[in-house]
Design a protein around this ligand. Sequence first.
Ligand code: AMP
Length: 139
Amino acid sequence: MAGMEETVFHKIIRREIPAEIIYEDAETLAFLDIQPMNPGHTLVVPKKFAKSIFDIDANAFAALMRAAHKLAPVIKDAVGADGINIGMNNSPAAGQVVFYAHVHVMPRFLNDGYELWHGKNYPEGEAAKIAEKIRAKLG
Ligand code: AMP
């Protein structure tokens, strides 16, 4: 079925391949990222398959965020981090590589060398136009 391609995260959820699982509840599973940006980097996935933010239902997404909210301070303490980034890559253009919805919980350390994206300025009048387009779609 389109959009239902088997991914490595399907196999982790079914315990068919090893992963360092750190948390589980009725709707989510969390395990260490195999190539962490810092130690403790964790992925939270829904047990019910969704490909990304664009097809996951609101309750399943809320469950991911609830799990991330629970895990963030625990992971931060466990690895002695100074902060946490929460991220989600949706579609290849946004850097998604594994097409099974997942939220990254990423420990950050002062001076760990990572940067965030660089903001750029809107041309005059552009912000108002974009905001209006979005508001119109929201109805
Ligand atoms: P992305 O799709 O770009 O949000 O990221 C996919 C993430 O999955 C990357 O950070 C990978 O390191 C991670 N990853 C891929 N395979 C595994 C695996 N078998 N176990 C744990 N993490 C994985």
